[in-house]
Design a protein around this ligand. Structure first.
Ligand code: PAF
Length: 280
């Protein structure tokens, strides 16, 4: 596995790889790799000739009061995970390499960036779509893999890629969960074992909601039930519980056939998100 820091060098490798007729799979990450990331890497390695993983804790997607400076950065462990899982290139740019002093270009997907996580994290998705555009231009992958835990992020990136004619196929990969159902996340490290266990109830409430949706229960009552059960978790502060069309992310109607039920909740002041796609 080669570690590349310089964006120009990464771009040259990508061009050379394409010239040789080889496909590139790409897994963009912010590091602190866990089983969820590993599932994306495995999928990329299986379906492409070359796999590139990037690790970059992107400052512009964090709000001023968010956890940018304390975001976990276990780089040695991350490198070992990449090596072990047959990553060909690990792209590790510095913030100065990607955003110079005069940096002034941003990418925003308007329609999808005004609700759900966007409300409590203003500017977050603009930061994500800007960095992902830059990374796609540098790595020029045929395929890029994103975890469906960040469902809104996935939909926004897919839309951005289509709108801006990126050649990359955007693939969403299933959520990987802890034994108790808690969706894997780099932020789970901030929870004490006791609260990690309690946080398993998020997924339990989503599973119940899925059953209720299937039986055509009123969607407002479904959302209310989820809120009720999340509120039973000590320290929980609900950010949102939303039921939306799984493709357009428009607010679901009772007649919507397939929805995503998405939640964001702070437990021990750790912001956790999760979702489930349900059909009637
Ligand atoms: O999902 C993430 O880890 C990040 O938002 C991403 C896509 C790597 C952009 O920084």
């Amino acid at each position: 596995m080669k570690v590349i820091k310089n964006p120009l060098q990464m771009q040259k490798i990508a061009l050379l790889t394409a010239k040789k007729g080889k496909s590139i799979g790409f897994v963009p990450t912010m590091g602190a790799l866990h089983e969820g990331h590993i599932s994306l890497i495995k999928k990329s390695v299986k379906s492409n000739d070359i796999t590139v993983v990037s690790i970059f804790v992107n400052p512009i997607q964090f709000g001023p009061k968010e956890d940018f400076s304390k975001y976990p950065r276990p780089i040695l462990n991350d490198k070992n995970i990449c090596k072990k899982n047959k990553v060909d290139f690990l792209f590790l740019p510095d913030a100065d390499n990607l955003y110079d002093k005069n940096y002034s270009t941003y990418v925003e997907v308007n329609k999808y960036s005004q609700f759900m996580c966007a409300v409590s994290r203003p500017g977050h998705f603009k930061g994500v779509t800007t960095v992902v555009s830059k990374l796609l231009n540098i790595v020029m992958p045929d395929n890029a893999y994103f975890g469906l835990k960040d469902y809104q992020q996935y939909v926004i990136i897919k839309k951005m890629s289509a709108d801006l004619n990126f050649k990359t196929k955007i693939t969403g990969c299933p959520i990987v969960r802890e034994k108790n159902g808690l969706a894997m996340s780099s932020r789970n490290k901030y929870l004490t074992p006791e609260y990690k266990e309690k946080a398993g109830n998020i997924f339990k409430s989503l599973l119940k909601a899925k059953q209720d949706f299937k039986s055509n229960k009123n969607i407002k009552s479904i959302a209310a039930d989820i809120k009720k059960s999340l509120n039973k978790i000590e320290t929980a502060i609900i950010d949102y519980v939303e039921i939306r069309d799984w493709q357009t992310l428009e607010a679901a109607k009772q007649s919507t056939k397939t929805v995503v039920i998405a939640v964001a909740v702070k437990i021990q002041n750790v912001r956790l998100i999760d979702n489930i796609v349900c059909s009637k």
